[in-house]
Design a protein around this ligand. Structure first.
Ligand SMILES: NC(=O)C1=CN([C@@H]2O[C@H](COP(=O)(O)OP(=O)(O)OC[C@H]3O[C@@H](n4cnc5c(N)ncnc54)[C@H](O)[C@@H]3O)[C@@H](O)[C@H]2O)[C@@H](O)CC1
Ligand SMILES: Nc1ncnc2c1ncn2[C@@H]1O[C@H](COP(=O)(O)OP(=O)(O)O)[C@@H](O)[C@H]1O
Ligand SMILES: [K+]
Length: 490
């Protein structure tokens, strides 16, 4: 953003004019959200840099619109432009208060302490002030970024404002895509201020490495239309390898996820004792019974010809005793998704073998740490990239903002999801769904890697729709599978 802004300024746009334009838009948005008829007293937190400058312009605009504005600015040294705005707001008679507690009876707070210029951890007295404000029940709107958050990693630098809404300026900062920042950001909204595309592309390239995965992107890759003349084996054949005597449910949920994908043929390899229940729950699937270990895991895959499948998805509920199975699928030359215990087995093998075909690893944070103990998960986006590059696999790191990193450095982030998914079994549904989509795409000779994000997007959209109709408590994994098709109809 600094480089893009630098190009705009070098081309002749005055800094003060850009601030005026941006802050004008912020103040309009605030007045639309909180019209004077709803509230009058607004407290504004002003920092030393241009984030503080934005806040002072907002203060002036709200003052002229009739709001009662109070300003808290605990800094003696301000950047020049910010200092000029401070001088002018004072000259208008807008009140500056020395004590932060005087803002507690405001009906709205605007946070303009720090934006992307935060360089080091915050210290007293700012941290105390932030703590006090976070404890008031007053809604807080942060300008650009909640003050105290690192703009890229989303890390809390000492203390950070807990905003109810954040108006991000110009382009999404990476912090908005990091799980640990989400509690601080509240509702996220982008305020566009006409940064020229040529300047954005000159800095980021025409296809930035990191992309927010959108509905349009998903719809362009979903296999929604079939040729009129086709048959089941031309619509993908997925082999799911899942379940154990201990964990039968994971196998059923993965199977139902695969059903939702529309895949032409579904084969499910399970330990012998699971065959009756799988057949009852998924009558359309070919259930392959495999010999069991003493503990009830799949002992081996018999004489299965793995070459006949379009994709293999392995891991849901297999337990750590299914080592032989994981070794067999790693050797198969087919697109392979490894999830859950297959990932734990892979971690215990010590190294991730290079494969000719696509490998997709779908860890949550715990599995990620076991698989890649050397990678620091502090910055989830960088960590996923590093993992993909080291393993030559597509790495899908699960979470509130699921990250999909490819070995070539491209990253997709699923920005819309719901905590309704934080529930046992929802990952199994994702594995089945993704397996089905990869099988379909492989059969149709379509790009495979983009299907990973498509599956994660679809999974999240189904959960959002289910949560809207049934509340966040009503989205058990089985119900989730029933919303898959509905989510792409709406
Ligand atoms: N993105 C854009 O193109 C635009 C950005 N603007 C605003 O400008 C902001 C960035 O402005 P700045 O670069 O001035 O940065 P900030 O306003 O975020 O803060 C930087 C200032 O804080 C000081 N500082 C940094 N860390 C500190 C700490 N831990 N304790 C105390 N002081 C600390 C620095 O010395 C500097 O004076 C954006 O976030 C946005 O609000 C807008 O004014 C105009 C357009
Ligand atoms: N807070 C959250 N917000 C959005 N999605 C979430 C959240 N927590 C978990 N999820 C999603 O739910 C799924 C959980 O998968 P996983 O941890 O493998 O569960 P399980 O093994 O029980 O099926 C993942 O797709 C993950 O991204
Ligand atoms: K801020």
């Amino acid at each position: 953003m600094r480089d893009i802004e630098g190009r705009v300024f070098a081309a002749g746009m005055p800094v003060a004019a850009l601030m005026e334009k941006v802050a004008g838009k912020i103040s309009q948005r605030i007045q639309a959200l909180y019209p004077l008829s709803k509230l009058q007293r607004v407290g504004i937190l002003v920092g030393p840099g241009h984030n503080g400058g934005d806040a002072l312009v907002v203060a002036r605009e709200l003052h002229f619109s009739g709001y009662q504005v109070l300003i808290y600015c605990p800094f003696s040294k301000l950047k020049d432009l910010t200092a000029q705005h401070a001088q002018y707001t004072k000259s208008l008679g807008i009140r500056f208060v020395e004590r932060v507690d005087l803002l507690c009876d405001c009906q709205l707070l605007i946070d303009g302490l720090f934006g992307f210029g935060l360089e080091r951890s915050l210290s007293e007295p700012i941290t105390m002030a932030i703590e006090q404000l976070n404890c008031c029940s007053t809604p807080i709107i942060s300008i650009d970024l909640p003050s105290g958050l690192h703009t890229d990693t989303g890390e809390v630098m000492g203390k950070a404002i807990r905003a109810s809404r954040t108006l991000c300026l110009g382009l999404w900062k990476l912090a908005f895509l990091q799980d640990r920042a989400l509690d601080y950001i509240g509702e996220a909204e982008l305020i566009d201020f006409d940064l020229p595309l040529t300047d954005i592309e000159a800095v980021l390239g025409s296809l930035p490495d990191v992309t927010r995965f959108t509905t349009d992107l998903a719809h362009s890759s979903l296999p929604l239309h079939r040729p009129p003349v086709t048959h089941k084996y031309q619509q993908g054949h997925l082999l799911l390898i899942c379940g154990s005597r201990q964990y039968a449910g994971g196998a059923i949920l993965a199977g139902l996820g695969a059903r939702g994908s529309g895949v032409g043929m579904l084969s499910i390899a399970v330990p012998t004792s699971l065959k009756p229940i799988l057949t009852a729950k998924l009558p359309e699937a070919l259930v392959i019974e495999c010999p069991e270990t003493e503990t009830g895991a799949i002992a081996h895959l018999r004489d299965l010809d793995l070459a006949k499948y379009s994709a293999i998805a392995c891991g849901c509920g297999i337990t750590q005793d299914a080592i032989t199975v994981v070794q067999s699928v790693l050797a198969a030359e087919k697109p392979l998704i490894l999830d859950a215990d297959a990932l734990n087995i892979l971690a215990s093998l010590g190294e991730i073998p290079r494969r000719q075909s696509l490998t997709i690893l779908t860890p949550h944070a715990g599995e990620f740490k076991r698989l890649f103990p050397q990678i620091n998960l502090n910055n989830r986006i960088n960590a996923s990239c590093q993992a993909a590059s080291e393993s030559s696999a597509v790495v899908l790191l699960k979470g509130a903002r699921t990250i999909i990193a490819r070995p070539n450095g491209k990253v997709d982030i699923i920005v819309e999801s719901t905590p309704a998914l934080a529930r046992g079994g929802s990952g199994d549904v994702l594995t089945g769904l993704m397996g089905g989509l990869i099988a379909l795409a492989n059969c149709a000779q379509k790009p495979l890697e983009s299907m990973v994000a498509t599956a994660a997007w679809w999974h999240a959209q189904a959960a959002i729709l289910a949560a809207r109709e049934r509340t966040e408590l009503g989205v058990d994994a089985h119900t989730l599978t029933e919303y898959l098709i509905r989510a792409i109809l709406s």
